[in-house]
Structure formats: structure tokens, C-alpha cells
Ligand binder design. Structure first.
Ligand code: ZN
Length: 218
């Protein structure tokens, strides 16, 4: 595990070769009023370093699932008493995928896992205005994908809407390409210094143009 302070408010917890050989990033944003953990990794053990890091914090902890895939939700059981945010479509998606994921990918689990759903869902966007946090729907990779923008530090977490390696910027898509391109366009309406994704390295906003280019070459 690597713990990297990326900006004043953002710390990235990276689990190396966490799932199917890919690294996995969990972002912590320490807002003025609340802390935000983005994605919960592969089970209870994935969260231990973050919970240790936050043990003296008295701020409310908000948890966000960028999409329903196993490597982003299996640790939800650690946050049963917290607000867990996801897109409305994630509820059905978790249900439909649980059996498959716990069969196919069980070797990647870290500690305990349990099916725990987000308890606060939204359709288009939701904001924590006093913390400068905006969470919005941007489908592409999984269909229930959301992005998290921190207006103070200008970070944007796009979940797995960027491919898993620097050589593969275009993710696997369940949505059609035009829907994904609309999500890219939405990202580009924000002023962004750091783009964070589930598995790739941290990039700047020029990645969206590179993805568009790669799409047009396909
Ligand atoms: Zn992932």
C-alpha cells in the first residue's frame, strides 16, 4: 500500500496489484466539514489503513461508490452506519452482479465482504455545497458511473471511466460511445488539475482529449 498526499485535501491510498493484476486507488478527501472516502476496495482489509489514518478525526465520514464493480464496493460493510452514496442504478447493478463477482473474483477479496448497498442515491447530481464537493452522473464503463469533483483542490475522480493502464486510456464500455463521449464532455466543463481513476495513474485534464483521439482511431 502506498499513501500519497496528492493535494491539501486529497490523499490517495493505492493497493498494488489488487485486482486482476491492476493497482487500485481509494481517494480520501478531507473537506472542511466532512471526510469523503471514494470507493471501498476489496473488503474490510482494504480500508484498514484509511480507518487508521482517520481515527482521530471527528468529522462525519461520507462514503461514495463510483460504480457497482466488486473492487469498488466490497468494503462497504465497514461503513454500515455511514452515508454511502451512489447513482440510483447502482442498487440493481450490485444485486445483479453479486453472485457473478463473488464467484469469479473471490480470490481478490481482502478480509470480510458483504453486500451493503448505498443508502443515498441520486439521478443527476448531488452537492455538499459547504465542502465544495459535487457528485454527478457520467455513464460509460459500468452504466451507473458517477464522478466526484472537489472544487477547492480541483480534483476529479472518474471511477473506471478511464482504462486501467497508461497504454489503454479507453475503458471497457457498457454504454454506447456517444453516451461516454457526453460524459467526457461533462468532465471538461470543470476546471481540473488532477484526474483520478480506479486503476490508472493520476493524470491531468488533457487525458480527456487523448481518449477522444483514441476513440476516433478505433
Ligand atoms: Zn475497478
Amino acid at each position: 500500500m502506498r499513501i500519497e498526499k496528492l493535494t491539501k485535501r486529497t490523499t490517495i491510498f493505492t493497493i498494488f496489484e489488487a485486482c486482476e493484476g491492476f493497482d487500485l486507488h481509494i481517494q480520501l478527501i478531507e473537506g472542511k466539514h466532512r471526510n469523503y472516502v471514494i470507493d471501498t476496495g476489496l473488503g474490510s482489509k482494504s480500508l484498514e489503513p484509511i480507518l487508521t489514518y482517520l481515527k482521530d478525526s471527528e468529522k462525519e465520514l461520507i462514503v461514495i461508490n463510483t460504480h457497482h464493480h466488486y473492487d469498488h464496493i466490497w468494503g462497504n460493510l465497514c461503513f454500515k452506519n455511514h452515508t454511502i452514496i451512489g447513482h440510483r442504478k447502482i442498487l440493481e447493478a450490485i444485486d445483479n452482479d453479486w453472485q457473478r463477482a463473488t464467484t469469479l473474483f473471490i480470490e481478490w477479496k481482502q478480509g470480510e465482504i458483504e453486500k451493503v448497498y448505498p443508502n443515498l442515491v441520486f439521478d443527476d447530481c448531488v452537492s455538499f455545497v459547504d465542502d465544495g464537493i459535487e457528485i454527478f452522473y457520467a455513464p460509460g464503463h459500468a452504466g451507473c458511473d458517477i464522478a466526484i469533483y472537489d472544487a477547492v483542490d480541483q480534483t476529479l475522480n472518474v471511477g473506471d471511466n478511464i482504462g486501467d493502464t497508461p497504454e489503454n486510456l479507453v475503458p471497457d464500455l457498457t454504454c454506447d460511445v456517444d453516451t461516454y463521449k457526453a460524459s467526457l464532455a461533462r468532465y471538461e466543463t470543470y476546471k481540473v488539475r488532477h484526474v483520478i481513476s480506479g486503476h490508472n495513474c493520476i493524470m491531468d485534464a488533457s487525458v480527456f482529449q487523448k481518449i477522444r483521439q483514441a476513440l476516433s482511431n478505433e
